[in-house]
Design a protein around this ligand. Structure first.
Ligand SMILES: [Zn+2]
Length: 106
């Protein structure tokens, strides 16, 4: 299994999410994982049922203090869409209940 596949599995990623890059800094005890999502996925508005394509991708950074014993930064571009005054965003598998990833506000 290649490295990205291991991290994908541990993060609980499934389509459309996938790992695009992994960088390990052995001196800094730091791991950077870049995650992206395949384009073309759409949102269904919970209010009106309209199908909405993503209108923008917002960069986010998430931090885990001990992921494979590394301080780990997860970088993702999260698709968003707007409908009925609501901001719809794609579910982030690494943020599921019980996850130790926390958003970093830059
Ligand atoms: Zn709507």
């Amino acid at each position: 299994m290649e490295q990205p596949a291991i991290f994908s599995a541990t993060l609980g990623l499934s389509y459309p999410w996938h790992v695009t890059a992994v960088a390990i800094d052995p001196d800094g005890n730091r791991l950077d994982i870049t995650v992206d999502c395949y384009h073309g996925n759409c949102f269904i508005c919970p209010s009106c049922g309209s199908v909405r394509p993503p209108s923008l991708l917002l960069p986010e950074t998430w931090l885990h203090r001990d992921f494979f014993h590394y301080t780990t930064f997860l970088h993702a571009r999260v698709p968003h869409a707007n409908c009925c005054g609501e901001n719809l965003s794609l579910e982030r598998p690494w943020a599921r209940h019980g996850s130790r990833f926390r958003p970093v506000h830059e």
